[in-house]
Design a protein around this ligand. Structure first.
Ligand SMILES: O=C(O)CCC(=O)C(=O)O
Ligand SMILES: [Fe+2]
Length: 480
């Protein structure tokens, strides 16, 4: 069973912050066992030193002249006894690995949980997205200055080089060159003189790759210019040798470049359902076409703590295949789906959605908890399937609306954007976004297509539920 499960689900850490937190725990274990190993070695070295000192403490002269040494009967006894007892014991002490071995075994066990090459690629993709979605300067990013925030950590040379290689492989030569040059400048800093033995990139290798990257887009005639660039301060951006790609609408949305929306209303809704008469809702109208509302403070911290209390093992890797994204299959996030009768909390939440919306939430769709990863991104997609393309939906109808609870704050990045409607919504812990995917006649409304911007800082968790059209037959008002 276990093995079967492993086969179906590849363990990838990078696609959720929850997964990455487990990887950090693995690293902590590595450190603990490495420290034990070092302590055991140190103990051994200490013992050996004592032994060496006990033999060498005798008069140097005596030691040099062996005849003189053995002319003393006390020395002779010691010599014979040591050769008879101590040296064989010492050899077996040297051979005995004891605690040292235990630590090595523990360390080797952890190696089985090493992230695979796909995971490494996911991490690089995430960093690449953060840089290009938000049009960041690579030198800022390497120094931990991301979207105006100082993150208090810097990228070491091997990380810069991994990112450079990734970009080179994807034929992004201009950006690759920037990162090779950054790796080189980090390497040159005095505090990095004692180079990390296993993984420090070689200077010549970085220089070669920089020039190679420039030549991919430039010309040998300008070789001297590229060599000059190599010695320049990496804060000065490289001259682009190819026209830069223009930004996509989604990227503009993620950068906060959508025009401010019309001033719609914020109100206390105390009329739409009997529930809100007792507990008025903080309701914000986001858009009239498509119809989108945002509700504030609709989920408690204690509920959120329960919802996010999941291990990586309990979650599944979400891939684009299950959604209406146009791109090739790619990994999205880790998620956990529970049925409506999944538990007390699920019921409470589903009932709350009914109370907020005044709709029949039915019992056919399920509740999904989603956690995004490093630079976690969800491509543009629709939540409707389009009944014309999916006749099997005839029983229940298409997904009429989507309820999206933001259950964590995302300090930087991670907005939900509706590119066609030019709307961008920043997650706020405790808020819920609610929209209609279909027109009154059941046709899909393409303005509801949406995407999720790469998360920069924070662990982005959402809770999602969609509601089916025909369940709403007697409840849903006809808008417009
Ligand atoms: O995470 C989000 O903001 C949106 C999630 C989403 O679009 C979905 O689950 O269909
Ligand atoms: Fe969606």
């Amino acid at each position: 069973k276990e093995i079967e499960k492993d086969k179906v689900q590849e363990v990838i850490y990078s696609n959720s912050i929850r997964g990455l937190s487990e990887l950090r725990e693995i690293e902590n274990s590595y450190m603990e066992h490495l420290n034990n190993y070092v302590r055991a070695l140190q103990q051994k070295i200490k013992t050996l030193r004592i032994f060496i000192n006990s033999i060498t403490k005798e008069d140097q002269d005596l030691k040099v002249d062996r005849y003189k040494y053995v002319s003393n009967p006390l020395n002779c006894l010691g010599l014979v006894r040591r050769a008879h007892q101590d040296w064989p014991k010492l050899i077996s002490y040297l051979r005995d690995q004891g605690n040292v071995m235990v630590s090595i075994e523990e360390l080797s066990k952890l190696v089985h949980r090493t992230p695979n090459a796909n995971d490494m690629e996911e991490a690089l993709m995430g960093m690449d997205r953060i840089e290009h979605f938000y049009d960041l300067k690579s030198s800022d990013m390497a120094q931990g200055l991301v979207a105006g925030q100082q993150l208090g950590s810097r990228m070491p040379a091997p990380d810069c080089m991994a990112l450079a290689d990734y970009m080179y492989k994807r034929s992004e030569f201009g950006r690759a060159a920037e990162w090779y040059r950054l790796a080189l400048s980090v390497l040159k800093k005095p505090q990095n003189r004692i180079e990390f033995q296993f993984n420090a990139p070689k200077r010549e290798e970085l220089e070669n790759m920089f020039v190679k990257s420039r030549l991919q887009e430039g010309s040998v005639d300008n070789l001297s210019d590229y060599l000059k660039e190599l010695s320049e301060d990496p804060e000065t951006s490289l001259v682009p040798l190819r026209p830069r790609k223009s930004s996509t609408v989604i990227e503009q949305g993620c950068r906060g470049k959508f025009p401010p929306g019309p001033q719609l209303v914020c109100r206390y809704n105390s009329t739409s359902t009997p529930f809100v008469r007792i507990a008025p809702l903080k309701e914000e109208e986001i858009s009239r076409d498509p119809l989108i509302w945002l509700y504030h403070d609709v989920i408690y911290d204690s509920e959120i703590a329960q919802l996010t209390n999941l291990t990586l093992e309990e979650m599944t890797l979400g891939i684009t295949d299950n959604y209406t994204t146009p791109d090739r299959v790619s990994r999205l996030f880790h998620f956990k789906v529970t049925d409506d009768d999944g538990g007390k909390l699920d019921k409470t939440l589903v009932n709350r959605m009914a109370d907020i919306s005044g709709l029949d939430v039915g019992n056919t769709t399920s509740l999904a908890r989603i956690n995004y990863g490093l630079g976690g991104y969800f491509q543009e997609h629709s939540d409707y399937m389009d009944i014309k393309l999916h006749p099997e939906l005839i029983e229940e109808g298409d997904r009429l609306m989507t309820f999206l609870f933001y259950i964590t704050d995302v300090p930087v990045g991670g907005a939900t954007v509706f590119p066609a409607a030019k709307l961008s919504i920043q997650p706020k812990k405790g808020s819920a976004l609610f929209w209609y995917n279909l027109h009154n006649n059941g046709d899909p409304n393409p303005l509801t297509r949406h995407a999720v911007c790469p998360t920069i800082v924070g662990s982005r968790w959402v809770l999602v539920k969609s509601m089916l059209n025909y369940e709403q037959m007697f409840k849903k008002p006809c808008y417009k």
